[in-house]
Design a protein around this ligand. Structure first.
Ligand code: ADP
Length: 588
């Protein structure tokens, strides 16, 4: 059956892939060859998944032996495929490799970015093993940023995770750098414990590379304790392992430490030899961080031996490479500062906005108080003027004078209505919302009665329909303002030449969650062009009738206060309908 024929090579490829992964600890070049084989076979039979995993593993192996340039194209191919099929695990594996490459080439920002991406996926998938491995690399980046406490916490977390799943490799991987951190804290006991445990685990799992790094760690502890012979033996063993495995970073790190130690104990020739080797090797991979340190040791050495010109040359080299490192460090720091600055800027902007809003609110309040006070103070003299008019009417008989006094009177009445509206408005704004049951009938009757002095009132047929079922709690003074202004306008702008009517209706919507107030008239109507403006402060569209231009502004303020909405339909010279929709939800 063709099905089985196809399955077999796939199985073979899968087996090759898992073998290649297993082999990486003991024989990395065989791992690479095996993965390459799997890649070719996958391509032959168009086994896309196999191909993507072969690419992922190849990239990972190249990363291990620091052949980063070779790793990158494989990662990109793998990521492309995993993205297209939505394989998160595959993606995370490659993000992890990318992150490790970045941080090993001292591009810590991108390193951290990709490692965190991988970590999040592993976390979501609950893959503890991979989570712990990613954490180990994140810890190394914290170390670079000299955030030792976070680095330590991360390594400890890593050990905890690895322990929970018996991943001895994961445990020992974190123990190595942890030992270095303990040494920084001068805690030799813990540093020794950690590194010894790591060596044991690495040996047990036959992880030669790991043993190489762990011996380097142990050498550092001996070095710290001035046990130079033991330190030398461990450095040399570590060097040998790294050289055998072509573990480049391991080689230069060990050469540098070894050279430095020789310098300290006066083994100058050996020191020179190891430091020069370190620089030569480091140059190949642009490992400036180690190179500039090695140059400094060479400078010290030449100075000690009174080789002044050489010393100066080394010092220059040291400064040159240190500059390179610092420049890069500064770039990293700048990037962090930039992002921090961005966050700061946003925070400041928000604060500034808040302060501005508070200031505007304060100013508005002050203005409202001022208007309220002025309006109140003006009411007294205006009432006197109105009273005086009545007296004048009794005493003055001259027709012309009466005509002028009538004009005065009209203007004073206008002034009074403006002042009263202002008082209403500021009172409304200042008062706190007070939720009480609303008796629509009572409010509407009061409003109608209050305007019975207006011209034409007698000729208007006012009908009121209040749905019996309506039950509504709200802020009474707001509801009052709404009805008062709508009823007043409907009367004011009624048409004296036709059979005027005003229909007031109060009902609930179908879902019983809104109250709908409708005030319909067959009066003057409103021109299309003014409809959007009539709710503005002081806007007036009809100069034949007196008014302050504040009524609908007050109405809008009241509607907004109780979270309502007002709708207008009107036809010029035919009539207007104002509909106010009020939600039945509780205020506050
Ligand atoms: P005022 O009535 O004091 O002018 P309002 O703010 O109450 O101020 O009304 C603004 C404008 O809207 C009025 O000048 C008037 O032109 C128009 N208007 C309001 N209600 C009606 C209505 N029921 N019929 C016709 N026009 C109206």
């Amino acid at each position: 059956m063709p099905e089985t024929v196809e399955l077999l090579p796939k199985n073979r490829i899968d087996k090759l892939l898992s073998d290649s992964f297993e082999l990486r600890v003991s024989n990395i070049s065989l791992s690479i060859d095996t993965a390459k084989k799997a890649l070719v076979l996958s391509q032959e039979i168009k086994y896309l998944n196999g191909e993507a995993y072969a690419n992922s593993y190849l990239a990972f192996f190249y990363m291990i032996i620091t052949k980063h340039q070779q790793a990158i194209p494989h990662i990109d191919l793998a990521i492309n495929y995993f993205e297209s099929v939505g394989d998160n695990l595959g993606l995370a594996f490659n993000y992890n490799t990318y992150g490790s490459i970045f941080y090993k080439t001292e591009d810590y920002h991108y390193g951290l970015k990709y490692l965190l991406k991988a970590y999040h996926i592993y976390n979501e998938l609950g893959d503890v093993l991979k989570q712990s491995r990613t954490l180990k690399s994140i810890g190394a980046i914290y170390e670079f940023f000299k955030d030792y406490s976070k680095a330590k916490k991360t390594y400890l977390q890593c050990i905890e995770l690895s322990t929970s799943i018996d991943d001895f490799n994961g445990i020992s991987n974190a123990l190595n750098p942890l030992s270095g951190l303990y040494l920084k804290e001068h805690n030799v006991k813990k540093a020794t414990e950690a590194i010894e445990k790591s060596i044991l685990l690495k040996q047990k799992s036959k992880d030669e590379r790991g043993v190489g790094f762990a011996l380097y760690g142990r050498a550092k502890v001996f070095d710290y304790l001035n046990k130079h012979e033991e330190a030398e033996a461990n450095y040399l063993k570590s060097l040998e392992i790294h050289q055998n495995l072509s573990e480049h970073v391991g080689v230069i790190m060990t050469l540098n430490k070894l050279g430095k130690m020789y310098l300290r104990i006066g083994k100058n020739d050996l020191a020179k030899k190891r430091l020069e080797e370190c620089i030569k090797e480091g140059d190949r991979s642009h490992h400036n961080l180690v190179i500039y340190k090695a140059y400094h040791s060479l400078y010290e050495l030449a100075k000690k031996e009174n080789r002044t010109t050489e010393a100066l040359n080394y010092l220059e080299k040291h400064i040159e490479f240190k500059d390179k490192v610092q420049k890069r460090d500064v770039e990293h720091v700048l990037k962090s500062v930039q992002s921090l600055a961005k966050i700061e800027m946003l925070k400041n902007e928000a604060k500034w906005q808040k302060e501005k809003t508070e200031e505007v609110q304060k100013k508005n309040k002050e203005l409202d108080n001022f208007v309220y006070k002025v309006s109140h103070d003006l009411r007294g003299p205006i009432s006197s003027l109105l009273g005086l008019y009545n007296v004048v009417k009794l005493d003055v008989t001259d027709g012309k004078s009466i005509e002028y006094f009538d004009m005065y009177h009209e203007q004073i009445q206008r002034l009074e209505s403006i002042i009263l509206d202002f008082i209403d408005l500021t009172r409304l704004k200042e008062s706190t919302l007070n939720n009480t049951p609303i008796d629509f009938k009572e409010i509407i009757d009061q409003c109608i009665r209050a305007y019975n002095y207006l011209p034409n009132f007698e000729n208007i047929a006012i009908s009121t329909n209040i749905d019996k079922a309506v039950e509504f709690c709200s802020d009474k003074s707001s509801v009052n303002s709404i009805l008062q202004n709508l009823i007043e306008n409907a009367i004011k702008y009624s048409n004296p030449r036709k059979e005027a009517f005003i229909k007031i209706d109060v009902s609930e919507n179908d879902s019983n969650d809104q109250i709908i107030l409708t005030i319909e008239d067959n009066g003057a109507g409103i021109h299309e062009e003014y409809k959007s403006k009539i709710f503005d402060m002081f806007f007036r569209a009809n100069n034949n009738v007196q008014g302050s231009g504040l009524g609908l502004y007050i109405l809008k303020t009241a509607v907004d206060r109780i979270n309502g909405e007002v709708l207008l339909t009107s036809e010029y010279k035919k009539g207007s309908t104002f509909k106010v929709i009020l939600p039945k939800t509780n205020l506050n």
